[in-house]
Design a protein. Structure first.
Length: 255
């Protein structure tokens, strides 16, 4: 049991950290709701994983990748805002999932179950979290520049469409991993709340992004520790800790 708890804790630390770091870029790009919507886009894959007994992240990732490709293609085709296109794909995904998701599996799909994480899950989560963080760090400044001015980014030979797609794939990886911790319903909060708290107290972009990473780690650790102590679902506890940190950040916020 103690070893199982250690697996859960390690998984939560790495996923919480990369989710917070991702959130800092999502908020900067005014895409805060995209992370939440992608958690719902993953639902058909999560439902299949729960029905057939395989890893929920493995089920979520193909659904996410498909959803992201559709959003990316729709954006190039229609030039509609990404939030609108994400909303269309997300609602369709939820509708599909609830056509065949068994009632007894709904809770696990929506709020996750970190207690089911094993050694292989932990290893894969750590490797993919580190990889995704490194990719995000590499494209971070380019995405910020493209957000300020696409014309200026193109002058700097930044391929905006390519980087947007890479960014969306990174979101897919983080959401697929995070579903094990918080489920599809709360995944958006794991990405956005630590970043929002960090933004309140950061003095510069570096403090903001790495502060979000640290708050994501703290939220995951404390939430999973509370899960161990009180035997309540870990996912909601992680999000409540992050929300409490956000409230504290409002008090500490510099006027």
């Amino acid at each position: 049991m103690e070893v199982q708890f250690l697996y859960s804790l390690i998984t939560g630390i790495f996923i919480g950290g990369v989710a917070g770091y991702l959130g800092s870029l999502l908020i900067t790009k005014r895409m805060a709701l995209v992370g939440d919507a992608l958690g719902h886009i993953a639902l058909p894959g999560v439902a299949l994983a729960l029905i057939y007994g395989f890893n929920v992240s493995l089920g979520a990732l193909p659904a996410l990748i498909l959803g992201i490709i559709l959003i990316w293609l729709f954006e190039m085709r229609t030039k509609l805002p990404m939030e609108a296109l994400t909303g269309i794909v997300f609602t369709a995904s939820v509708a599909i999932a609830f056509l065949f998701l068994p009632e007894e599996k709904i809770s696990t799909a929506l709020i996750g179950d970190i207690s089911q994480v094993g050694p292989w899950d932990t290893l894969v989560s750590v490797i993919l979290s580190i990889f995704t963080f490194l990719v995000l760090r590499k494209i971070f400044n380019k995405m910020i520049l493209a957000n300020l001015s696409e014309d200026l980014a193109k002058v700097e030979h930044i391929k905006v469409e390519k980087h947007n797609f890479i960014f969306l794939v990174c979101i897919a990886f983080v959401v697929a991993l995070g579903i094990k911790v918080t489920g599809s319903l709360l995944m958006g909060a794991l990405v956005i709340t630590p970043a929002a708290a960090a933004r309140n107290i950061a003095n510069n972009l570096s403090q903001y992004s790495f502060g979000a990473l640290i708050i994501g780690v703290i939220s995951a650790v404390l939430g999973i520790l509370l899960f161990k102590v009180f035997a309540l679902p870990a996912g909601p506890l992680v999000i409540l800790v992050a929300s409490l940190i956000f409230l504290i950040s409002l008090i500490l916020k510099k006027k």
